[in-house]
Design a protein around this ligand. Structure first.
Ligand code: HEC
Length: 446
């Protein structure tokens, strides 16, 4: 599956940023609808079974209305769920080229399983629709009844397989996002099995499922009672049923989700943890509580428009969590982005040299004299720390040093922050090589 990585070409830091923006858009657009599809499948199968086992006509009707309303046609599944996950695979292929990370495979498998799931889900929807047609033919002949029976068995199988494939797709996607944010595991994770033991992946999966239930439960009163999307003629009894069920699903999901969000943040490795991720997680928790409050007010005032507030809050939660994932992945791949940028510049230089327009590349020594010596010396503190003090920790981590030089972060409270030096990635690479070589500690024993 990693073949996608071989068609990728290195990119500048700006391109990398653009890829992150795309990743953010794709996640923010697809998570809410994927959530609704998941919630709809879980609930539709649950109420369908309840309708059959207990002979509860309202439950059967609810199961039917859920799937017909929230999976209105093939194109919704294709454009809002399946294709976005395929684009995650393509974006990962660009972002994680030159690493052995199997993030791309994970995202590709997520796409494949989602595609299979979509076929089953659509079949489930279609046979459910047929079944209502058959059942309305009360005095149907024998052939009709046989059709109906075989349709019913296809329907149940399609529903179960659809949900099962959806779970697997979610797991692969959760594993891909988790691995992408954990650079230490890029080299060591070469099969799916370690991911099966990854706490981060399972926590994300649980989050997605609860999120799916919560967003579907808040969409139900909006679509069924406020917008009356399918003009389904809701009588008082069914009305009461819809309200009770959506509350019964929403409240527990909304109560557990904040805990899972906190666990998601705690499961992030240090390199991936950013203040902004925590802020978004905090925002999500506030929105979950607000959604709970909307449900409560809706129940008390019997005004179902309040559900719109809960529904919007859930959409924003999906966007916030997708963004928080993107930030974690971006932060985790900072060093890698610098490496790709260096490759990109080298390619560009070579290309220019071939065309006979090569600029004069500065050596590490020249850059040091021109740009660094004003603030740094080897064994003396100037404006910045002495190199002797700070270089040892970069001895085996040139990429980290390149990333720091390109984009300095605040490190030591005793010094002011270092201003960015406006170097090109290839220049940062040569000054880093120069410094590390020049100041390499003498080998032990000499
Ligand atoms: C205007 C002054 C200034 C210039 C010019 C400057 N630096 Fe710095 N540098 C600093 C300061 C101040 C710090 C301490 C920052 C901190 O600890 O937050 C620092 C810290 C560093 C560190 C240590 C980072 C760490 O992990 O502790 C390295 C390495 C470094 N600079 C490399 C360079 C290189 C290479 C150049 C030239 C391309 C350069 N600096 C140019 C002021 C400067």
């Amino acid at each position: 599956m990693d073949f996608l990585k071989y068609i990728a070409i290195p990119q500048s830091l700006e391109h990398f940023l653009l890829l992150r923006v795309f990743l953010n858009i794709v996640l923010a657009l697809s998570l809410p609808y994927l959530g609704i599809v998941t919630g709809t499948m879980i609930l539709s199968l649950y109420y369908d079974r309840r309708g059959r086992v207990k002979g509860d006509a309202l439950a059967s009707r609810f199961a039917n209305d859920l799937i017909q309303t929230f999976v209105p046609g093939k194109s919704y599944l294709a454009y809002l769920a399946v294709l976005p996950v395929l684009s995650v695979a393509f974006l990962f292929a660009q972002m994680f080229q030159n690493t052995p990370a199997m993030t791309v495979s994970l995202a590709t498998w997520a796409f494949i399983f989602l595609l299979i799931a979509a076929v089953f889900i659509y079949l489930y929807r279609y046979t459910t629709h047929l079944q209502t047609v058959f059942l309305s033919q009360e005095e149907a002949g024998k052939t009709m009844q046989e059709f109906s029976a075989s349709n019913e068995s296809t329907r149940r199988k399609a529903g179960k397989w659809g949900l099962f494939m959806l779970f697997i797709a979610w797991f692969f996607l959760a594993a891909g996002l988790t691995l992408a944010a954990d650079p230490k595991a890029w080299n060591t994770t070469v099969t799916i099995f370690p991911m099966l033991l990854s706490g981060g992946a399972w926590i994300r999966l649980v989050f997605f499922l609860l999120y799916g239930l919560a967003i579907t439960a808040s969409a139900v009163p909006v679509y069924f009672l406020v917008w009356k999307v399918r003009a389904m003629g809701v009588d008082a009894e069914y009305h009461g049923f819809i309200v009770r069920q959506s509350e019964r699903i929403a409240f527990p999901a909304l109560l557990i989700m904040p805990i899972i969000v906190i666990l998601t943040i705690l499961s992030l490795p240090d390199v991936a943890l950013r203040g902004s991720s925590m802020l978004l997680a905090g925002l999500s928790i506030v929105l979950m509580l607000a959604a709970g409050q909307f449900f409560y007010t809706m129940d008390r005032e019997k005004n179902y428009s309040y559900a719109i507030g809960a529904f919007l809050a859930m959409i924003v939660v999906g966007i916030a969590m997708g963004t928080s994932d993107q930030i974690a992945i971006g932060s985790a791949s900072r060093n890698h982005a610098a490496v790709l940028a260096v490759l990109y510049e080298k390619d560009a230089e070579e290309f220019k040299a071939k065309m006979g327009v090569a600029g004069v590349a500065l050596t590490g020594q020249e850059i040091y004299d021109a740009k660094c010596s004003a603030c740094h010396q080897f064994d003396q503190v100037k404006v910045g720390p002495a190199y002797r003090e700070v270089l040892p920790k970069y001895q085996d981590a040139k990429q980290k040093l390149v990333a720091f030089i390109l984009n300095p972060t605040k490190i030591d409270p005793r010094y002011p922050p270092m201003p960015a030096q406006g170097l090109k990635p290839a220049e940062a690479d040569s000054i880093a090589t120069f410094l590390l070589k020049k100041y390499a500690p003498a080998p032990a024993g000499s």
